[in-house]
Design a protein around this ligand. Structure first.
Ligand SMILES: Cc1cc2nc3c(=O)[nH]c(=O)nc-3n(C[C@H](O)[C@H](O)[C@H](O)COP(=O)(O)O)c2cc1C
Ligand code: SF4
Length: 387
């Protein structure tokens, strides 16, 4: 594991909360806004702005949820943060709660990470004993507590609305937006949903100040980012890089110079071929989602694509037709290509179907699941279509 004390530290337990308690909630939001930190859960929404949206709602009861449902294939960075840097995440939740004037926060923990529940609860108890969590934090009039809710193993429940529905006791299914969770979320109250890594960065922003995070990364994508890197490389693991690192530089560090392609931004991200390895990974460049999967020169890219499409066909919640049927049709098409049975005409229909899915699916799952189909076939057209 190559994670270093850059992103998350320097860190002294409680120092960010001590600073926070002397500030007004609006000042905390301004500090986070000024850091230009964007959500690390995939969509890259500005964190301070999201908190501000929640505070601007008249409803006085508000909630903060830490999204620890990490289910994107190849992503395991949040697990590492929760295992090795949990106090920073918990402090981040407390600070977010203070900023939006919430009294309760939640960690929505992926079912497969159940083994982390007890250690997280023990740490929260320790923090209660130190008066950093619970009633009258640091003897102020701010009271706030956190409970853990377990997921049940569905990838779609990482989507913020599906997650909230599952917390509300319903089937974990996404909704149309608006309303956004900051308007109507858990128990239909304004709710901020933030990724584990986003929240883990907040103590750093608070103690070091908004400007400190801007020393790294790019103008639009401030700070560093954790990447779960796997596949045909010498040194798989979780790495921390400056936003804006090129694929080439990343491959040199992880021992993957022989790669013929890299899947950036997870299974639903995009496939990048060698000719584009000089491009930066950032919100204004290649999508900086948590997972990078590297494919060596001998990898069969159609098998890779089949693997991704099997995942999406399985994980679609089935609520809307373009995603439910679309992912199944794309998978079927890949199987036809494998057998050499996909006509050019049908292949063109599948390409059209990808556009329909992107435009008309209800949530991010169906809107992004055609990405690997489109980009792998674009990059490896001759390898795939003339087999
Ligand atoms: C199918 C699907 C799965 C998702 N899974 C996760 C997840 O596991 N963790 C996460 O933080 N965000 C996930 N997201 C994104 C969330 O909907 C949401 O944007 C994010 O939690 C917001 O946090 P951030 O602003 O800190 O990035 C997923 C989105 C979709 C469409
Ligand atoms: S896009 Fe897919 S996962 Fe999302 S609501 Fe529609 S069927 Fe469900």
């Amino acid at each position: 594991m190559s994670i270093k004390e850059i992103v998350l530290g320097p860190y002294i337990q409680g120092s960010a909360i001590k600073k926070m308690i002397k500030m007004t909630p609006n000042d905390v939001i301004d500090e986070v806004k000024s850091s230009k930190i964007k959500g690390r859960g995939g969509a890259g929404f500005p964190t301070g702005l999201k908190w501000q949206f929640a505070t601007s709602e008249k409803e006085p009861i508000k909630y903060i949820v830490c999204n620890a449902d990490e289910g994107e294939p190849g992503t395991f960075k949040d697990r590492l943060i929760l295992s090795e840097y949990p106090k920073r995440v918990i402090e981040g939740i407390i600070i977010a709660g203070y900023a939006i004037k919430a009294k309760e926060g939640f960690i929505y923990l992926r079912a497969e990470y159940r083994y982390l529940k007890k250690p997280l609860e023990d740490i929260m108890q320790e923090m209660r004993d130190d008066n950093l969590l619970g009633e009258n934090i640091l003897d102020s009039d701010f009271s706030f507590d956190i409970t853990i809710r377990m997921g049940a193993g569905a990838y779609v429940c990482g989507e913020e609305f599906a997650l909230i529905e599952s917390m509300n006791g319903y089937r974990g299914e996404p909704h149309n937006k608006p309303p956004f969770p900051t308007q109507s979320g858990y128990l239909r109250k304004p709710t901020v949903v933030n990724n584990v890594e986003t929240l883990a960065k907040i103590p750093f922003v608070m103690t070091m100040g908004a400007e400190a995070i801007k020393y790294r990364g790019t103008f639009e994508s401030t700070g560093t980012k954790l990447f779960s890197i796997s596949g045909d490389i010498e040194k798989p693991g979780v790495y921390e890089f400056d936003m804006g690192i090129t694929v080439n530089d990343l491959l040199k560090i992880v021992g993957g110079e022989d790669a013929k392609a890299v899947q950036v931004g997870g299974a639903s991200g995009i496939n990048v071929a060698k000719k584009d390895f000089d491009k930066p990974i950032s919100y204004e460049g290649l999508p900086p989602g948590g997972s990078i999967i590297v494919f060596g020169k001998d990898r069969d890219m159609l098998k890779v694509l089949k693997n991704f499409m099997e995942f999406f066909a399985e994980e679609s919640c089935g609520q809307c037709t373009p995603c439910r049927d679309g992912n199944y049709r794309l998978l079927e098409g890949v199987k036809m290509m494998e057998k050499g049975e996909c006509s050019v005409r049908y292949f063109k229909e599948l390409e059209l179907l990808c556009e329909v899915m992107k435009d008309s699916s209800k949530c991010g799952l169906g809107q992004t699941s055609p990405n690997p189909f489109i980009t792998i076939i674009k990059n490896f057209r001759s390898e795939i279509l003339y087999r």
